[in-house]
Write a protein that binds this ligand. Structure first.
Ligand code: HPA
Length: 245
């Protein structure tokens, strides 16, 4: 079963026929909210709002472990993450969508593994390719089938937040090879791999990253809402296609 983890700008799927909302408890605590199980295009799907349904949980306070554990526990085997990002690469403009293929992790202090504690044996996962390629291809195919433009590939840098970056930090991220920057890509992707869930993401460019384009002097938070609203309508169409692929 497919799960969608919705980020900023996507706290619900409008066309989902909701069957049940399931409050979940896991050995790692509670997820960001109840899991919404419903039907979309005749297929069962689970939706979870990463920041909570009222958008109250900051990126560094999200219980990523509980979110993924709860999804696995309910029978999910594929996760598509929707994440708003700032565009660093010059051709990634606000409103554009991309399917990243690599990750850089600048977060700190987040619970980033299931393999810790007295009983757990230390386990190293292979993470050379952090996203599941077959799931990336499914997203690209679904976008093509519904005529929505989406960029194939990109390096997603995950920062700690919740503040946005300085212009110098963005210059450093770019030197490191980052194309976009967001705050929730990690440890979510690594935890999904630990649970052997297929995992891929749709990045929604909400703004130029700090110091770039019209964010040269400041990022206009007022503009982000409108950009996301428009772009998320496109993401919803891609998801509707994805479930029937
Ligand atoms: N930086 C970090 N996270 C983000 C941004 C950004 O510019 N835009 C949306 N999420």
């Amino acid at each position: 079963m497919l799960a969608i983890i919705g980020g900023s700008g996507l706290t619900q799927l409008t066309n989902l026929e909701i069957r049940k909302r399931k409050a979940a408890r896991t050995p790692f605590g509670e997820p960001s909210g109840p899991l919404t199980v419903g039907m979309l295009g005749g297929r069962e799907l689970v939706f979870l709002a990463r920041h909570g349904y009222g958008h109250t949980i900051a990126p560094h306070q999200i219980n990523y472990r509980a979110n993924l554990w709860a999804l696995k526990d309910i029978g999910v085997d594929r996760v598509v993450s929707i994440a708003s990002v700032g565009g660093i690469r010059a051709d990634l403009l606000p409103g554009m969508l991309l399917v990243p293929h690599q990750i850089l992790d600048y977060t700190s202090g987040r619970a980033a593994t299931f393999f810790e504690g007295a009983e757990a044996e230390v386990t190293h996962i292979d993470f050379t390719e952090p996203y599941t390629e077959s799931e990336r291809q499914r997203i690209l195919k679904a976008a093509a089938a519904c005529g929505e433009e989406i960029v194939d590939g990109g390096v997603y840098a995950t920062t700690q937040g919740p503040r946005l970056e300085t212009a110098a930090e963005i210059t450093r991220l770019e030197r490191d090879g980052a194309d976009v920057v967001g705050m929730t890509g990690m440890p979510e992707a690594a935890l999904a791999r630990e649970l052997e869930l297929a995992y891929a993401a749709i990045g929604v460019v909400a703004n130029y990253a700090a110091g770039r384009g019209d964010s040269a002097r400041a990022i206009s938070l007022a503009d982000i809402g409108a950009v996301l609203e428009h772009a998320m309508a496109r993401v919803r169409r891609i998801i509707e296609q994805l479930v029937i692929e």
